[in-house]
Design a protein around this ligand. Structure first.
Ligand SMILES: [Zn+2]
Length: 349
């Protein structure tokens, strides 16, 4: 389950509307204070209902105020509320919808009745809002409040991590294995050994050294070209194998580490880093050509943490073991599992 907090600004609410919200915020605050004071002074017991609340607020909002006061009183005892409080509606008493012209509106009762007001939905929350509108995610209570001259509302969106039956494929690119891939919620994984690439690098390193000593510059350039071609071939083959393997899965989404976030000391730095960047580029390009969605994820600690319990484990070459939960795994596949589990951002080559 992933929870996203959505805050949106109301678009040009009329003066009448703003006045009513202002009034509602005041009455909401007063209702909560009335409850707290009443309980403190033993004027009434906790079973207080909206029948005892004598103000113009819609009863659903009064109920929400009583609920909040109860929770606050339970936690902190006597509470003194500040004047400027958001007022809130529980999930059943507000709506989000689209109008015929496509704008998103939020509707809720206040004092005089239900009002629907357009809200400004920016990119960062667009996805969460769409999911609620499409019935793919649940919304929680709504809070409405003023900041300066503007009015905002906040709510949370709760959705399954896997709303569309996607299979997340985590792919780790590195030295020991060119590729390690794992398909989440399956036992399927694949490894492409990095042995041949290592061999190519070693061979050309010693070749270059002897050519350098001999001062054979043209031969040196030729050797560089040849090494590049060999690595390029290996990268093409590995990425093609990966895409072929991924195509067996229903609705796959391929997740790779976001190279922007890679730290020094990893395979991604140093003289051979272009090998890995090229492989990553080939993967993205071939995936997109095959119609597979690609996402990048935060690379922090993907190889250090246990993919089952999230604690730090120890790596010994190809072997990863977790002292917390006892898990043993191929270290690159453990990394691929972590990558598969992370929330991704859309990525384009
Ligand atoms: Zn563990």
């Amino acid at each position: 389950m992933v929870t996203t907090t959505v805050t949106v600004k109301f678009h040009n609410p009329s003066l009448a509307r703003r006045k009513e919200w202002q009034r509602a915020a005041q009455l909401y605050r007063d209702t909560k204070q009335f409850c707290i004071d009443g309980w403190e002074n033993d004027d009434f017991d906790k079973s207080v209902t909206t029948a005892s609340i004598d103000n113009g607020l819609y009863s659903a909002i009064q109920n929400q105020a009583i609920r909040e006061a109860k929770a606050d009183h339970q936690e902190d005892g006597a509470v003194s509320y500040r004047q400027s409080q958001p007022f809130a509606l529980n999930n059943q008493n507000w709506e989000i919808d689209t109008t015929e012209n496509g704008s998103v509106v939020v509707g809720f009762p206040c004092i005089s009745g239900w009002w629907y007001t357009p809200v400004e939905v920016y990119d960062d929350v667009d996805d969460a809002v769409r999911r609620v509108l499409n019935g793919e995610a649940d919304k929680t209570r709504l809070q409405v409040y003023r900041r300066g001259d503007d009015w905002f509302c906040t709510f949370s969106v709760e959705c399954d991590t896997n709303p569309d039956g996607e299979t997340a494929i985590g792919v780790d690119v590195g030295h020991n294995n060119l590729l390690a891939a794992h398909a989440e919620d399956t036992d399927e994984s694949m490894l492409v050994s990095g042995r041949e690439a290592k061999y190519v690098r070693r061979r050309f390193r010693s070749l270059r050294e002897s050519l350098q000593e001999a001062g054979a510059l043209r031969a040196l350039n030729r050797a560089d070209d040849k090494e590049s071609r060999r690595i390029r071939d290996l990268n093409h083959t590995a990425s093609r194998r990966l895409i072929d393997w991924i195509e067996q899965f229903e609705n796959p989404v391929l997740r790779l580490e976001d190279l922007e976030g890679i730290r020094d000391g990893s395979d991604w730095r140093g003289v051979h880093s272009w090998h890995f960047h090229q492989l990553q580029d080939f993967i993205v390009y071939k995936a997109e050509r095959a119609g597979i969605r690609v996402e990048k994820v935060d690379p922090e600690d993907t190889s250090q943490r246990c993919s089952v319990c999230g604690e730090y484990g120890t790596r010994d070459g190809d072997h990863f073991s977790c002292p917390s939960c006892g898990r043993e795994r191929h270290s690159d596949l453990n990394g691929a599992e972590n990558i598969a589990q992370r929330e991704g951002e859309p990525c384009t080559a």
